[in-house]
Design a protein around this ligand. Structure first.
Ligand SMILES: Nc1nc2c(ncn2[C@@H]2O[C@H](COP(=O)(O)OP(=O)(O)OP(=O)(O)O)[C@@H](O)[C@H]2O)c(=O)[nH]1
Ligand SMILES: [Mg+2]
Length: 316
């Protein structure tokens, strides 16, 4: 199979049929073999009924329905696990991403041997204040902290070679940083393609301003994981040692001063250095313990169920 199109969605019933027709016409005119995987993430509208009807007439339409809303990253995770195509393409369900981009993306992965191509909505049809500006800031921060130089991390339209999606672990809200995850996993040939972007036609936006706050926190997590994920003791141990030495230095100074230089002076507990010494030594030991716990957790197998599937179509 050439292509798996993975489409995570939440309450997009008005768009699905049109999107399906559009994708099919692109696939047929390029004679690709393909599958379209819809992941319905607990929609409360008719999305699943639409997917169900499409799957009855077309065995290339596959569907996964979550028991409740688990988030876009989990939906992508499920889609990636099921995808069989040599090239996996993700796109939004709201008709904002253009299926006409698929052939070019496919060729960039197969012919030019890219591991991952990320779409770049160079010309956006969103409001400047609520989207464009925060998104510019966000992308700038993402470029600075990760070493992946993309203009548009958030674009839903991306193409991957199959090996990439089987090797990365998308969770939390990490769907914004899949290129960073891929790079950390060793897939370094990451490219970018300017893609068409349309204004939203039906329905309404699912992410508010909090996407930028959550996104920033996730960015910190990714930065931490990519540097110290496999060796937490190197970070926490170093911090612990530094803090402990500072604290111990103050304690030593107080002790020597009291014993030899100023025995009749103020009580040790009356001096500010005492509290500095106490707190830095305690915090230093805490860092140490955090480092040990991190190492312990790393060694125990991380196996977590992250989403629960209610039903699927044409998959098994
Ligand atoms: N699986 C899943 N998909 C979601 C969720 N929230 C949004 N989506 C899908 O993710 C895609 C992008 O969401 P949008 O709300 O369109 O975000 P956006 O394109 O940045 O915002 P607009 O420009 O207002 O459309 C759409 O296909 C949504 O259906 C979710 O919680 N789970
Ligand atoms: Mg959208």
């Amino acid at each position: 199979m050439n292509i798996s199109v993975v489409i995570p969605l939440l309450n997009e019933d008005e768009s699905l049929r049109e999107l399906y027709d559009w994708i099919v016409s692109v696939m047929q005119s390029n004679s690709f073999s393909y599958e379209i995987l819809f992941i319905d993430d607990g929609s409360t509208d008719n999305s699943w009924q639409v997917i169900h009807e499409l799957s009855k007439t077309d065995p290339d339409v596959k569907g996964i329905r979550f028991l409740k809303n688990f988030g876009k990253s989990q939906a992508l995770h499920a889609g990636f696990a099921a995808a069989k195509g040599d090239v996996v393409i993700t796109m939004d369900a709201d008709l904002q991403d253009n299926p006409e981009e698929i052939p070019e993306l496919y060729h960039m992965i197969t012919k030019e041997n890219f591991d991952l191509i990320s779409g770049w909505k160079k010309k956006r049809y969103d409001s400047v204040l609520s989207k464009n500006l925060p998104s510019k800031l966000f992308n700038w921060a993402a470029r600075r902290t990760s070493s992946v130089k993309l203009h548009d991390f958030n674009c839903g339209l991306k193409a991957y070679s199959n090996a990439v999606v089987k090797h990365i672990d998308v969770y939390g809200e990490m769907h914004r940083y899949i290129p960073v995850l891929a790079k950390n996993a060793g897939f370094t040939k990451i490219g970018e393609k300017v893609v068409q972007h349309q204004a939203r036609k039906y329905g309404k936006t699912k992410f508010g301003m909090n996407r930028f706050i959550n996104g920033f926190l996730d960015l910190l997590t990714i930065w931490f994981i990519s540097r110290f994920g496999r060796r937490p003791m190197h970070l926490f141990g170093a911090l612990g040692v530094i803090m402990f030495i500072i604290g111990f230095g103050f304690a030593l100074y107080l002790g020597l001063d009291k014993l030899f230089f100023n025995p009749s002076g103020r009580l040790i507990t009356d001096r500010p250095q005492f509290y500095l010494s106490l707190s830095t030594m305690i915090i230093g030991s805490q860092f140490f313990i955090a480092g040990f716990l991190g190492e312990l957790i790393l060694r125990s197998k991380r196996q977590q169920q992250r989403y629960f599937i209610k039903e699927d179509l044409n998959l098994s």
